[in-house]
Design a protein around this ligand. Sequence first.
Ligand code: FAD
Length: 317
Amino acid sequence: MPQTTLSEDQELFRATVAEFAHDVVAKVAAHHDTTASFPYDVVRQMAEMGLFGLPFPEAYGGMGGDYFTLCLAIEELARVDQSVAITLEAACSLGAMPVYRFGSESQKQYWLPQLSSGSALGAFALTEADAGSDAGGTRTNARLEDGWWIVNGAKSFITNSGTELTKLVTLTAVTDVDDDGTKHISSLLVEVPAEGLVVEKAYDKVGWRASDTHPLSFLNLRVPRENLLGERGRGYANFLHILDEGRIAIAALAVGAAQGCVDESVAYANSRVAFGRAIGRNQAIAFKIADMEARTHVARCAYYDATPPRFTVGMAS
Ligand SMILES: Cc1cc2nc3c(=O)[nH]c(=O)nc-3n(C[C@H](O)[C@H](O)[C@H](O)COP(=O)(O)OP(=O)(O)OC[C@H]3O[C@@H](n4cnc5c(N)ncnc54)[C@H](O)[C@@H]3O)c2cc1C
């Protein structure tokens, strides 16, 4: 049966994050958006709540929850601040999840406790100037030399890549080319700061302004051979898997944005008075808001239904 309602525990968790979003995040959202500044204090409090470790097992310092719980948190944060919501989304499902899904035991033990605690943020560097939707068009390349990967190239639009908390950048690079020109892409874990990895000036964005987004350049960046993540040549396939689950979390973020618009519309319709009464008392306005609420609810049901059980974190991928 599709899930359309929450269990008691899930509702309690949702309400706790909603209260935090209302009492803490919403209060400083406009400031961080206007100044395009990363909300370190909010992120620190999210870390204390355990949000960055939500979907990871306790053995790796996580909260032992599932992907659905993460989506609930993202929706409630997105309801008041998209930047904070995408910071959590990118940290968990793009920064830490590739290590959890494809890392060796020693890579998991090294990275996951710090990423789950929120003391370190991870970034996921796939997109390039000529490789966006067509991510297979990756030009960044890495060659093995004396036990090191030597990486050259550049990435665009990388979330969480330039904060003071950023400790990990997982990048994709072409590591092998067949005689017929077929390229094979692998992923590498880069501990930052690293000589040869240049974090370029942050983008001046129209939205998500408090979220940290930079271009990255790699100039003979040296990465230890053992930092290969997953199988050599499987980096592209593995990243597509990560993007698949990430789309569910982004759907939760979009539902949060829609619900935030409903919340604001209701508040405005109740407070704005015209012709002697609140404009929300006119059916034309009330119907519009009712339609918005109904559409948001349907979208929420769609992501609830899409999340479990296929994307339960504990499942073998
Ligand atoms: C704020 C922000 C944060 C980001 N964070 C990250 C990150 O952390 N890591 C990362 O790797 N990337 C990140 N990205 C990059 C993001 O994943 C890309 O923007 C996305 O993949 C689209 O690529 P593009 O911008 O090059 O658009 P393009 O690929 O140029 O697409 C432009 C438009 O053309 C359409 N289009 C493309 N191909 C087709 C087709 N075959 N048929 C029909 N329509 C088509 C697209 O749907 C789109 O509407 C981020 C982007 C932004 C804006």
